[in-house]
Design a protein around this ligand. Structure first.
Ligand code: GDP
Length: 445
């Protein structure tokens, strides 16, 4: 979810983070792009405008922390502001359901995922909080919807109120209340009827049900894919019924995540959960930090830029190790190793970091193995075809000449690289065998 917004924003911030210093003009340009990105993500205009203004105000007064780039700092401010706008009061995912039996009223338009969400939430309350839950469908115009809730109930092991043909919503709500009290239920959920659009009859019906049930929570279920429409729906329901929170469904789709941001800013109501699929487990607590991170695609940039790199490298390393153990070590692997070395600040700095190696770095340099060589070796690998990288044995004299020329180097340099690769591959193979046979076995021999 939020992929579009996050991609757009990362583009903006990529440009920012790559720059050393940041001028007022840079911030302005970047924030203009942030605004466009927000609008394209279906955040409403006033919300986008306010958001950008808040970020600008905060960015202007701040001095730049030494350890991060100014761009990163702006990203952090944008992130914090996103969290601020997205976060509601109260603990996310927590519902007011003390004083059993606590009524939860589920409202929303038809097709928003209301029935599915009712069941998902019941399952969650049962499994995570050990609550005894009763569900009742009030959708008297759609017998199929009532049956659907019953089927889901059986599936998740949650009781549903028996269906009585011809009974009206208010009567059903009263019966649910009684049944919940007598049956020792902690919570009873009322799945109200939905319509294709908001109409007077629907609102009156929900109002009447609300008045008899006196719900502790009134949760509006809205389809997150409908963007601004979802926000309008929420405004309408809140004005008429009074909602305590929102559940955004279909956030697993590639919708424009802006709905979440506008929803909070416009309605002031907390988003309590997000639906992430059709399965009964696909309901998650709405976490502003995480969603803000997703919107940005980079989370808490200051800490995350580094952490993300670490995990990617760790994953890469693990994948590589697995292949090495099987005796696979190709030119691409060699190139990656060389790049790693470059990233760590080159030969000299790598040697300098190792205890007792400081002196050696000079010797290495004197021997002609300097950082330029690393760059040249990488260039050589880059001049090879995919097939050649995977299997350097394919390299024949004519190709060697071409590759060396492509990298602007002598064939002798390429030969050195190939030799180095062979030596390393042999070493990897030996280490791999040791790993497979068990280090102990080797040691005991
Ligand atoms: P209702 O008319 O509001 O009660 O809507 P339903 O609960 O019957 O849901 C309509 C359809 O949307 C069903 O096929 C659900 O499986 C599907 N649905 C509900 N929530 C989600 C969700 O979070 N993600 C996805 N992908 N589908 C959902």
């Amino acid at each position: 979810m939020f992929e579009n917004l996050s991609e757009r924003l990362s583009g903006v911030f990529d440009r920012l983070t790559k720059q050393g210093a940041l001028s007022d003009e840079d911030v302005k340009t970047a924030l203009r792009e942030v605004r466009v990105a927000l609008l394209e993500a279906d955040v409403s205009l006033p919300v986008a405008r306010d958001f950008v203004k808040a970020v600008q105000d905060k960015a202007t007064g701040q001095s730049v922390t030494k350890s991060v780039t100014p761009g990163q700092q702006v990203v952090k401010i944008v992130h914090d502001e996103l969290v601020h706008v997205l976060a509601g009061e109260g603990e996310p995912g927590k519902l007011k359901i003390d004083n059993a039996p606590a009524p939860i009223l589920m409202v929303g338009l038809q097709g928003s995922g209301k029935t599915t969400t009712t069941a998902k939430l019941a399952k969650r309350l049962k499994e995570r909080e050990g609550k005894k839950v009763l569900m009742a469908s009030l959708d008297v115009n759609r017998p199929a919807a009532m049956e659907q809730l019953q089927i889901l109930g059986v599936q998740i092991g949650v009781d549903t109120l028996p269906i009585v043909k011809g009974e009206q919503p208010v009567a059903i709500a009263k019966r649910a209340k009684m049944q919940a009290a007598m049956g020792g239920y902690d919570v009873y959920m009322l799945d109200t009827a939905g319509r294709l659009s908001i109409d007077e009859e629907l609102m009156q019906q929900v109002e009447a049900v609300r008045d008899v049930a006196n719900p502790r929570e009134t949760l509006l279920v809205v389809d997150g894919l409908t963007g601004q429409d979802a926000v309008h729906t929420a405004e309408n329901f809140d004005a008429r019924i009074g909602i305590s929170g929102v559940v955004l469904t279909r956030m697993d789709g590639d919708g424009r995540g802006g709905a979440a941001l506008s929803m909070r800013a416009v309605t002031g109501k907390p988003i309590k959960f997000v639906g992430l699929g059709e399965k009964m487990d696909a309901l998650e607590t709405f976490e502003p930090e995480r969603v803000a991170g997703r919107i940005l695609g980079m989370g808490d940039i200051v800490a995350l830029v580094e952490r993300a790199q670490e995990t990617i490298e760790a994953e890469q390393a693990e994948r590589m190790m697995k292949r090495f153990q099987k005796g696979q070590f190709n030119m691409n692997d060699l190139k990656m190793q060389l790049e790693q070395m470059q990233k760590m600040g080159g030969m000299e700095s790598v040697m300098g970091m190792m205890p007792g190696m400081g002196k050696m770095s000079k010797q290495v340099k004197d021997a002609g193995f300097d950082d330029k060589i690393i760059a040249r070796q990488i260039a050589l690998v880059q001049s090879m075809t995919k097939k050649e990288r995977a299997n350097p044995a394919l390299l024949q004299a004519s190709r060697k000449k071409r590759i060396a020329a492509g990298a602007g180097l002598e064939v002798s340099e390429l030969n050195k690289l190939i030799k180095m690769h062979r030596q390393m591959a042999d070493m990897m193979k030996k280490m791999g065998k040791m790993g497979k046979g068990g280090m102990l076995k080797q040691a005991m021999k």
